[in-house]
Write a protein that binds this ligand. Structure first.
Ligand code: PNS
Length: 159
């Protein structure tokens, strides 16, 4: 089975990576799809986000990194992959994920969303939290892969 794992990945965290690794074991092929949407104010460009992801998923031979703009269902149709995976960290994630899943289903009846429960080690972790800690010089080494830590420090110094 092929799945799409969509997100902003601004930047990818160890929580995202855990989901990617588990997907790569459970599914035949995983497409990590980075949202390229100008309306979302991201710290990293879509190319930077993709490059960081590519480096960390290189070890999985069934995982590819791509980007999309516009609606997820249009991307799914274009790729011919109709299963979407989303990570669920805490119950408060559920409402938004449920809404997204139902909207996507309304727009395209063939789309299925699989929600994968995040490992409890990462239930507090988000890209926003990582960016905030990095902004104030905190230690993010246990929250993101090495290359992401390097890029974050570089980016924040430049601002
Ligand atoms: O990592 P995120 O920001 O929680 O990911 C959200 C994402 C990219 C999966 C979602 O915003 C999305 O699919 N955006 C594309 C636009 C779309 O299809 N919207 C309709 C469903 S709400």
């Amino acid at each position: 089975m092929e799945v799409i794992y969509p997100g902003s990945f601004d930047p990818v965290t160890n929580g995202h990576l855990d989901i990617i690794e588990r997907c790569s074991k459970k599914f035949g092929r995983v497409t990590v799809a980075v949202l390229n949407n100008n309306a979302k104010n991201t710290l990293f460009t879509v190319e930077e986000r993709k490059d960081m992801l590519k480096e960390v998923v290189r070890k999985y031979n069934n995982v590819e990194v791509d980007s999309f703009s516009g609606l997820l269902i249009d991307y799914a149709k274009e790729k011919g992959i109709f299963t979407v995976v989303r990570g669920l960290r805490v119950i408060s994630d559920f409402e938004y994920e449920m809404q997204m899943s139902l909207i996507n289903k309304k727009l395209c009846k063939d789309i299925e969303t699989i929600m994968m429960v995040s490992d409890s080690r990462y239930s507090f972790l988000s890209s926003s939290v990582v960016k905030e800690i990095a902004e104030f010089g905190g230690d993010i080494s246990c929250l993101v892969p090495k290359n992401v830590e390097k890029e974050l420090v570089k980016k924040i110094k430049r601002r």
